[in-house]
Design a protein around this ligand. Structure first.
Ligand code: SAM
Length: 214
C-alpha cells in the first residue's frame, strides 16, 4: 500500500478541512444523480475507502440501489461493510479487492454510477488515460462517473503543466464524455467532476490492468 490510508481518512474528522468540503460536494453530486434516477440504480465505487462518500447518501435517498464498493485495504473495507449494515443497506457488496484491474468489477458492471474519488491523484498520467478510456466499458450509455482530482497534492505523480483536473477533463472529452458538473473552489485544491457517457455501449473485458497506485 502506497500511503497510510487510515491516516488519510482522519482528515475527515475536521469538518472545515478541504477533504470534508470535497466530501460534501461529492455527496451532493451523487444525491443529484440518484434523485433523477427513474428506476433501480447500479453503482460501483473504485478505491472506496470506508464508503463515507456513498453509503449515507444511498441510505438517505432510499433509492433502489445495488452497489459494489472495491477497496484494497481490508480494515477500511470492513468499516464500509459495517457502515452499510448499520444503515440497513442490503444491496451493498464491499469487495476487498484491487480496483486497478477490471477483474474486480465482474458482475458489478455496467453501473449507472461509477465513483472514482481519490484515485486520479495517486496514479500516473498514463494510468489515468487508460482508466478513462476503460470507463465506458464499466457503464451503460447514459451512465455517469463522479471523479475527483486534487491540485497541488503532496508527491503529485503528474507531469501535466497546469491544474491536473484539466488533464482529466481533457481525456474525458476526447473519449466522448459529456461534462455535467465541474466544481473548482477558489480557496481549496480539490476538484470534483461529473461526466455522462452518451454511448455507444462498450463491451466489458476481464483481465485488463487500468492502474496501480504509485
Ligand atoms: C485517497 S483514498 C480515497 C477513499 C475514498 N474514495 C474517498 O474519497 O473518501 C484512496 C483509497 O484507495 C485505496 N486503494 C489504494 N490502492 C487500491 C487499489 N489498487 N484497489 C482498491 N483500493 C485501493 C486505499 O486503501 C484508500 O482507501
Amino acid at each position: 500500500m502506497s500511503r497510510d490510508w487510515h491516516a488519510w481518512h482522519e482528515e475527515y474528522a475536521d469538518p472545515a478541512s478541504s477533504r470534508s468540503r470535497r466530501l460534501d460536494v461529492v455527496r451532493t453530486q451523487l444525491r443529484a444523480l440518484l434523485s433523477e434516477a427513474a428506476g433501480p440504480v447500479r453503482l460501483v465505487s473504485m478505491c472506496s475507502g470506508d464508503g463515507r462518500d456513498t453509503l449515507p447518501v444511498l441510505a438517505e435517498t432510499g433509492a433502489d440501489i445495488d452497489a459494489v464498493l472495491i477497496e484494497l485495504d481490508a480494515e477500511l473495507a470492513e468499516t464500509a461493510r459495517r457502515a452499510a449494515h448499520e444503515l440497513g443497506l442490503d444491496g451493498v457488496d464491499v469487495r476487498t479487492a484491487d480496483a486497478g484491474t477490471t477483474d474486480s468489477y465482474r458482475g458489478a458492471v455496467p453501473a449507472d454510477v461509477v465513483m472514482a474519488c481519490g484515485v486520479f491523484g495517486n496514479i500516473t498520467d498514463d494510468d489515468i488515460a487508460v482508466t478513462v478510456a476503460r470507463l465506458p466499458s464499466l457503464m451503460p450509455p447514459g451512465g455517469h462517473v463522479i471523479w475527483t482530482r486534487g491540485n497541488r497534492v503532496p508527491l503529485d505523480p503528474t507531469g501535466f503543466d497546469g491544474d491536473p483536473s484539466d488533464y482529466v477533463r481533457g481525456l474525458l472529452h476526447v473519449v466522448g464524455f459529456e461534462e455535467v458538473a465541474f466544481v473548482r473552489p477558489d480557496d481549496a485544491g480539490f476538484r470534483v467532476g461529473v461526466h455522462r457517457w452518451p454511448g455507444p455501449a462498450a463491451a466489458f473485458e476481464d483481465g485488463v490492468r487500468m492502474f496501480s497506485f504509485v
